[in-house]
Design a protein around this ligand. Sequence first.
Ligand code: FAD
Length: 477
Amino acid sequence: MSFHPFSTRAVVWFKRDLRVHDHAPLVAALSHTDAIGLFVVEPEWLNSPECDASHVDFALACVAELREALAARGLPLVVRVGTMLEVLTQLHNELAFTHLLSHEETGTGWSYTRDVAVGRWCRGQQVVWQEFTQTGVVRRMRSRSGWAGRWQARMETPLQLLHAEFTPATSIAQGDLPTLGSLGLQAHHKTLQPAGERAARRTLKSFLQERAYDYRKALSSPLSASEGCSRLSPHLAFGTLSLRTVHQATEVAIANTPDRTMAYGLRGFAGRLRWHCHFMQKLEDEPDIEFHNFARACDGLREEAFNPDHFAAWCEGRTGYPMVDACMRSLRATGWLNFRMRAMLVSFASYQLWLHWREPGLFLARQFLDFEPGIHWSQMQMQSGTTGINTLRMYSPTKQAQDQDPQGVFIRRWVSELSKVPLPYLAEPWKMDISVQRMAGCLIGHDYPAPVVDDKAAMKAAKDRLYGLRETKQARA
Ligand SMILES: Cc1cc2nc3c(=O)[nH]c(=O)nc-3n(C[C@H](O)[C@H](O)[C@H](O)COP(=O)(O)OP(=O)(O)OC[C@H]3O[C@@H](n4cnc5c(N)ncnc54)[C@H](O)[C@@H]3O)c2cc1C
C-alpha cells in the first residue's frame, strides 16, 4: 500500500476499553493522517485459567456494537485472531503503520508478558507505542502518599470526546467477527447482562436516576442487590464505560438531587469507584499477589491441606450449607453476585474448607463476568486472611441466611431440593428429624447433601491457626 513518507498512520488497539466515548487513544488518532481500529482475540487470553466463554461472548458482543459505532465515524475496526506479535507483524506488512495507540492495562501475568513483547516489537520496527491512562492506577509509583489526590485529579479531567470524523484512507479487510464455536469454545448457559456501550449507558442512567435511592440498604442481600447495586461492573471491566464517565455523572447527580436519601446512596456508590482503582493499584504495585500470599508468613498454611472433594462440592453448590450453595448456583447461572455474598463464598472456602485461595480464585474469576484482575486477586487474599494487615472476616452461612434472606426466598429460588423445607430449618436443613425430612421431600444425604464440614468447629480451628500465626515473629515482621 502506498504511503507518503511524511504521513503518519495510527492503529488504535482496543482491549478492555470497548467504547467510543472518553477514549483517549481514539481522539489521539484524529491527529494522524489516517487510522484503523484493531481488536485481537489472543490465544493467551483464551487459554488463561481465568478466561471463560461468557467473557469472550460478552467481549464479542461489545466489539460488534463498537464496530458499527466506529464505522459511523469513518474508522474501520479490524478484528483478528492470533498473538499480538503475529497480528502486528502482518498488519505492519500490509499498512506500514507508524503509531500504536492504546490504554494502559493492569492485567495478569500473560498480558504483562504480552505488553513487554509488544514494546520490544514496536522499538524494533520504529513504531511509536503511545499508552494512555484510563483509571486511577499509577504506573511505577514510588509511594502511596498523594494517591487519592491523583485519583481525584484524573477523574476530574475533561472527557475525551471525538470532535470530528475520520477520513477513511486505508482499505483493509476488517475480518468477520469470530464466533464462540470458531474459537473452539463451548457455548455457555449463563444469563448474561446486556453487552455494549449503549447498554452500559442505559444501566448507568437507570442507576443514577432511580436505583441508587436504595443503594446502601440493598447492598448486602443477594435478593435486593441485583437491582439495587449499579450492575456496572462488567461494563467497567470491559471498558464499555470509562470510570471517569461514571465518576463525573455521579458527581453531577449528587449535585442535582434535592433528595437526601438519594444523595446518601450516590455518595456510597461514589466511594466504591475509588476502591475500584485502589485495589487495582495493589496488583500494579505487587503483580505477585496473583500467585503468592501477600503476607509470606502465610506460605505453607493451606497448600498441603487442599481437599479436592471439598473444592468440588463448593464449586458445584453442594456443600450442604444452603446459603453457600444458593449463592454459588446463582452466580454460575448469572455471572454476578453481590459483594457480601462473594466474600461469604471465599470465607467459606478459605476458613471452613481450609482451601488455598488460588484455585477458588481461578474458579470464581471464570464465573464473574466482571473479572477485574486487580480487584479480584486483592479481594481473594483479603477474604482469605493472607494479607497480614486486614481484620479476619469469617462469615457464618447460617447467620448470613438469617440476616440476608430471612424468608428463605433466595435459597428456595436456587436450591430447589429445599423448596418445601419449613422456614425454621431452611438455613440448617440437617437439623430436621427424619419425619420432617420426609414431609419436606428432602432426605439429607440423599436429596440434598449433609454438611461437608462442621461449620463451627472448622471456623474455630481456622481462627486458632490464623491468630496463632499472627503471634509469630515472622508474621509480625
Ligand atoms: C472475592 C471477591 C472478588 C471480587 N472480584 C471482583 C472482580 O473481579 N471484579 C469487580 O469488578 N469486582 C470484584 N469484586 C468487588 C465487588 O463484589 C463487585 O465490584 C460488585 O459486586 C460489582 O457489582 P456492581 O457493579 O453492581 O457494584 P456497585 O456496588 O454498584 O459498585 C460500583 C463499582 O464500584 C467498584 N466496587 C464495588 N465494590 C468494590 C470493592 N469491594 N472493591 C473494589 N471495587 C469495588 C466496582 O467497580 C463496581 O462495579 C470482588 C469482591 C470479592 C469479595
